[in-house]
Design a protein around this ligand. Structure first.
Ligand SMILES: Cc1cc2nc3c(=O)[nH]c(=O)nc-3n(C[C@H](O)[C@H](O)[C@H](O)COP(=O)(O)OP(=O)(O)OC[C@H]3O[C@@H](n4cnc5c(N)ncnc54)[C@H](O)[C@@H]3O)c2cc1C
Length: 416
């Protein structure tokens, strides 16, 4: 049985683990339930890395990096982070082009690209080493009940015949992903939109070093992002240290993905055609994964003493690399509000406080959702007049002095 001022977190992905660590930073205890079993990892085993061309990656905004700095985790993470010094935006078959440079915007970088495996491993290790965090994996949540003074969660274990167990806390935060179990248990519905697009994600090698430039390119098939990556060390390939490794997110109409997944040569040729020589020649590709893209928005993010967070609250199109970064800003704000309650000796699951949290996040969330959709729909519209308008907009964006810092701040997650 937990004490009243504890938090239950359901879902131990990157958002659930980060939220637990944010709470611990404020001295607040939490119990995190994850349905899968976590691998056993040792703090000394830093060799566990993805293969050179085999990883999924996330672009972390400047704000997300600041949050990890604040909780003392960035020093652990940064060895596998690749800085983004410039962002190029262009469209296949068009003359418009825009570029953001860190020197012009007077920033250290626009963000950092990190392997998901590395981020997950470091978050899990930090959570396992933190005495304020209790981790229960293999957990099958069966019921959530709310009372006036607390919330009760029932679960059993997937891998044993043990009887159902019960946990109580002041507050429950569901970070259990797009297909959340907690959302329906709380009778919270969703609005969904099928983009009818699939993201193909992989790592490629080019014959030209990336020089820390991220490239966003729009093609008739869909948007394409190519991001710089760090070089894994220690496996004897000299090319690894030269910055030829890049992460690719290639979006195509759903149904067309098989050809890009199975045939390396065809995938590389298609990238080359869409990109020209901007990134040099694409010479090798690793295993690709496919992610059908649907926007899922919870109709409400707070119910009584329960908060819906992360992809469970808003699953977005990955075109602008905003999803996880938005979740981190949500998590940071909620952790701060809970901490202020603790300092006042007040109830951390107070439904009025949680409603205030929900309201405070609306502007940022709506802006990011609108931005992602505008990019997806605006840049894939085939109408020639709209295409011309896009070109003019890209040129204007590149030339007008006041727009760039604004957009750069949005992309870095520094304005909400
Ligand atoms: C192709 C692609 C590229 C992306 N690139 C970027 C990017 O560059 N930058 C960016 O900011 N965002 C990016 N995103 C978005 C980002 O990946 C997500 O926002 C982020 O992973 C959400 O994390 P989460 O922890 O909320 O959800 P998830 O990663 O889905 O984690 C949910 C966790 O909950 C667990 N779980 C589920 N159900 C239960 C249950 N009933 N009980 C207990 N546990 C449960 C799951 O096992 C899992 O561990 C990208 C997304 C895609 C698809």
């Amino acid at each position: 049985m937990l004490s009243e001022q504890q938090v239950l977190i359901v879902g131990g992905g990157h958002v659930g683990l980060s939220f637990a660590l944010l709470l611990a930073h404020h001295g607040i205890a939490s119990t995190l339930l994850e349905k899968n079993s976590y691998p056993t990892i040792s703090p000394n085993d830093d060799q566990t890395r993805s293969h050179y061309l085999d990883s999924r990656n996330t672009a972390l905004s400047r704000r997300t990096v600041q949050i990890y700095e604040e909780i003392g985790l960035w020093s652990e993470l940064q060895s596998h982070a690749c800085r983004i010094d410039a962002v190029q935006i262009s469209e296949q078959g068009s003359f418009g082009r825009a570029q953001l440079n860190k020197e012009d915007e007077q920033v250290e970088s626009f963000g950092q690209v990190m392997e998901n495996a590395w981020l997950g491993r470091k978050l899990l290790l930090a959570a396992q080493e933190e005495s304020l965090i209790t981790i229960i994996d293999n957990a099958n949540v069966t019921a959530v009940e709310q009372q006036k003074a607390g919330v009760t969660l029932r679960f059993n274990y997937y891998d044993t015949d043990e009887h159902e167990q019960e946990l109580q806390a002041s507050l429950l935060v569901a970070c259990d992903g797009r297909d959340s179990t907690i959302r329906p248990l709380l009778n919270i519905g969703t609005t969904t939109y099928d983009y009818k697009q699939t993201a193909i994600v992989g790592v490629v090698q080019t014959d030209k070093p990336h020089e820390h430039v991220a490239i966003e390119r729009f093609s008739p098939a869909g948007p394409l992002a190519v991001l710089p990556l760090t070089d894994p060390e220690g496996d004897g390939n000299d090319d690894y240290q030269k910055g030829y490794r890049r992460s690719v997110v290639w979006v195509c109409p759903t149904g067309e993905e098989t050809q890009y997944l199975e045939d390396d040569a065809h995938f590389l040729q298609t990238l080359q055609k869409a990109f020209g020589q901007r990134a040099g020649t694409f010479v090798a590709a690793g295993r690709r994964g496919a992610y059908p893209l649907t926007r899922v928005l919870a109709k409400q993010q707070v119910d009584g003493r329960c908060v819906i967070m992360g992809n469970a609250a808003h699953t977005l199109h990955p075109v602008a690399g905003q999803g996880f970064n938005l979740c981190m800003r949500d998590a940071h704000v909620l952790a701060q509000m809970i901490s202020a309650q603790v300092l006042k000796g007040a109830d951390i699951g107070d439904p009025t406080l949680l409603k205030r949290y929900e309201k405070s996040r609306q502007t940022d969330q709506k802006r990011v959702i609108r931005f992602c959709d505008a990019v997806v729909h605006g840049f894939t519209h085939p109408n020639p007049a709209i295409k011309l308008a896009r070109n003019v907009a890209l040129i204007a964006f590149d030339k007008l002095p006041n727009i760039k810092p604004l957009i750069a701040n949005y992309a870095m997650g520094l304005k909400s």
